[in-house]
Design a protein around this ligand. Sequence first.
Ligand code: PMP
Length: 436
Amino acid sequence: THDEMINLNKEVINNFKEYVNPGFLDYRKSVTVGGDYGAVEWRAGGLNTLLDTQGREYIDCLGGFGIFNVGHRNPKVLSAVENQMAKQPLHSQELLDPLRSMLAKTLAAVTPGRLKYSFFSNSGTESVEGALKLAKAYQTPRGKTTFIAATGAFHGKTLGALSATAKSTFRRPFMPMLQGFDHVPFGDIGAMRDRVYRCRSTGADVAAIILEPIQGEGGVIIPPAGYLTAVRALCDEVGALLILDEVQTGMGRTGKMFACEHEGVQPDILCLAKALGGGVMPIGATVATEEVFSVLFENPFLHTTTFGGNPLACAAALATINVLLSEDLPAQAALKGRFLLKGFVRLASAYPEFMVEARGRGLLQALEFRRNDIGYAFAQGMFQHQILVAGTLNNAKTIRIEPPLTISLDYCQQVLAVAERVLGRMRGKEPVHHKT
Ligand code: PMP
């Protein structure tokens, strides 16, 4: 029975508690919706749903924080990986693998502008790490050494990527960070320009600017229109490289294949991961122009990794891109995103005592609540109605909506109806005057 399952889950947690970071259990309670309901295991239901141990079906609106763009266990991705599994799952990097070459060629075709060569790794963090190393190898001989990132940025937690990540709670215990990393307010071109010219005047010229086109972990922060275009122009003006981290915004999520396409901006280096593996395999890619990538032509062993670009991951990525294009999923994300956001914006203005605003682009959206506990109550309410949503990092004040791009309009409608019911019930229970 359901109760037995919950008891079993409690038993499992109790038995292993002393082996699990207690802070993590706490964290699960405060942010991971359903952490205290606890199905023992989850499995894929349909393309857009998950089943708990009871067989109850949940609409997935968190999408693994951006990995399930083509849905759960997408049959085309699964069968590509199964076929490859039967042939050869892993092999030596030194063998030139046709799948890896095909994936690189495909990425050259679907990514914007002159992006042409790819280095493959296993995660978003590594795709950023690769981008930073590539930029260093290219720019250090040119006397350019400073990296500028944005406040609120998230680029991963290995030491290089963490130096570009902004959140001080993640950085503080590991100080000092890599030398030469600066942060300026996201979306403020004036601040960026000032910092770039200050670096130049102090003899620490700028090697690269690294940005997310829309900040994901930072709470779905969309910069003012024209910001990316202006940053691109600034980079060109001073010979700095533009690194765009599309680990979360890429692969159709925001309504275009890549978020930088909304402004027609072309980076020198593009970081991809998450949804690139179709929710089936982990893979990261650092895609660069020929000019920048050429630093690796001379010595390909400057940056390598055993599992990067393995046959299973490449098979998954190729099938994923195929699904995204053949099913026109970026356009689907734009369409469904508009529908959902319109509904959420209406709810935000109908429930101002709870919500500050709803914002987003495509199917990367955020509902900002007035307080952490209000967002948490909302998320729990959604969970009770079998809809999965999630906070950002360790906060439920901003609830992220990031469903598979394959989600139906029917489900979108259901999500809005349930959200309205949950907010209505909260209004019934809560005193109307909240501290803001
Ligand atoms: N960059 C961005 C923009 C991300 O959102 C994330 C993960 N949330 C990362 C990098 C790190 O990716 P990973 O967790 O796969 O290492």
